[in-house]
Design a protein around this ligand. Structure first.
Ligand code: CP
Length: 309
C-alpha cells in the first residue's frame, strides 16, 4: 500500500514483515554508526497539528540516519493559521516533491483524507482518538524483543482507554498477532462496545494485571476531556495508577510499558517508572528503528525484490 494509516487496515503478515525489517534497522542504529543510504534523494515531511516530542523527533532522526532530506511544518507556524485547508496544505507539500508526509492531527480520519489527495505516502502519527499505528508497532517490537513472541502473550492496558489512540492501535495489532489483551480503566474512560474488538474488559486494575506478561500504563488525556474532569487526577492515580504493590500481581518477569509522555506519580509511581521492569527508554529507541523500517518499506514501492544490505 502507498500509506500506513492504521493497524486496523493491515494484516498480521504485514505487521510481522515491518517488525522483522525494524530488527535490521535497530542493528544499524546500535552498531553501524547510524548510517544507511536507503532514503538518499527522498524527502520526508512531518506535518504536525498537535504537540509531540518522541514521534516527530524519531521520524526526523530516522529520515536523517537513512540519508533523506527531512523537514518539519507545525500548524502553528504555517499558512494553516491563515485558513489553508488540510488538502490544500498537503497538495502544496506534494508539489515541492515530497515522498512521505507524516501527519499528526486532532481529528480522526485526517490522515486518510490527506492520503486520498496527495501522491506522497502518508503515515499516520496519531489522529484524534482513532489510531497511532507507529507507536503500537514500536510497542509490539519491544514486546517481541523482551518476550520472544506476541502469540499467547498476556498484555494488560490500563487507564484512559477512551481517549487513547495508542490503546486502539495496540488492540488492533496485538489481537491480530494472537496476544490476549486485558483492559481496565475508570468506567467513564472505557469505550462502549470495546469488547467486540476481542479484548477482556475489567473494572479493576487488579483483575486486569493478574498474571500479565506486559503491563502498559496510559496517561489521562486531560486535553481531550470535554465534559469536565471525571475522574479527578487523584482518583485516577488511586484506582488505576501502577505501583510496586499492584505490579506484583503481574508475572514476576512482566515488563512495564508506557507510550510517553508520563505524568510521573499519576499513572506510574516513580519506582515503577524507573524500575528494572520498565522498558520506557527502550521503547523510545525502538521507535527510531520502527520508523526507519516504515520509511524504507513505503519508499521502495515498485522495487519489491530489493533486499536490505
Ligand atoms: N508517544 C508519543 O506519541 O509521544 P509524543 O506525543 O511525544 O510524540
Amino acid at each position: 500500500s502507498k500509506d500506513l494509516l492504521g493497524l486496523r487496515d493491515i494484516t498480521a503478515e504485514e505487521i510481522e514483515y515491518i517488525l522483522n525489517t525494524a530488527k535490521t534497522m535497530k542493528y544499524i542504529i546500535t552498531t553501524n554508526n547510524k548510517k544507511t543510504a536507503h532514503l538518499q534523494g527522498k524527502s520526508v515531511i512531518t506535518l504536525f497539528y498537535e504537540n509531540s516530542t518522541r514521534t516527530r523527533l524519531s521520524f526526523e532522526l530516522a529520515s536523517k540516519y537513512m540519508g533523506a532530506n527531512a523537514a518539519n511544518i507545525s500548524a502553528s507556524g504555517s499558512s494553516v493559521q491563515k485558513g489553508e485547508s488540510l488538502i490544500d496544505t498537503g497538495k502544496t507539500i506534494d508539489s515541492m516533491g515530497s515522498d512521505v508526509i507524516i501527519i499528526r492531527h486532532p481529528m480522526s480520519g485526517a490522515p486518510h483524507l490527506l492520503a486520498q489527495n496527495v501522491k506522497s505516502s502518508v503515515i499516520n502519527a496519531g489522529d484524534g482518538m482513532n489510531e497511532h499505528p507507529t507507536q503500537a508497532l514500536l510497542d509490539m517490537f519491544t514486546m517481541v524483543e523482551k518476550k520472544g513472541s506476541l502469540k499467547g502473550l498476556k498484555v494488560a492496558i490500563v487507564g484512559d482507554i477512551l481517549h487513547s489512540r495508542v490503546a486502539r492501535s495496540n488492540i488492533w495489532g496485538l489481537t491480530k498477532m494472537g496476544a490476549e489483551v486485558n483492559i481496565a480503566g475508570p468506567a467513564t474512560l472505557i469505550p462502549p462496545g470495546i469488547e467486540k474488538l476481542g479484548v477482556n474488559v475489567f473494572s479493576t486494575v487488579q483483575e486486569a494485571l493478574l498474571d500479565a506478561d506486559v503491563v502498559m500504563g496510559l496517561r489521562i488525556q486531560l486535553e481531550r476531556q470535554k465534559k469536565g474532569l471525571f475522574p479527578s487526577i487523584r482518583e485516577y492515580s488511586r484506582f488505576f495508577g501502577l505501583d510496586d504493590k499492584r505490579l506484583k500481581l503481574a508475572r514476576e518477569d512482566a515488563i512495564v510499558m508506557h507510550p510517553g509522555p508520563v505524568n510521573r506519580g499519576v499513572e506510574l509511581s516513580s519506582m515503577v517508572m524507573d524500575g528494572d521492569q520498565s522498558t520506557i527508554n527502550e521503547q523510545v529507541t525502538n521507535g527510531v528503528a520502527i520508523r526507519m523500517a516504515l520509511l524504507y518499506l513505503l519508499t521502495r514501492r515498485g522495487t519489491a525484490n530489493e533486499v536490505i544490505d
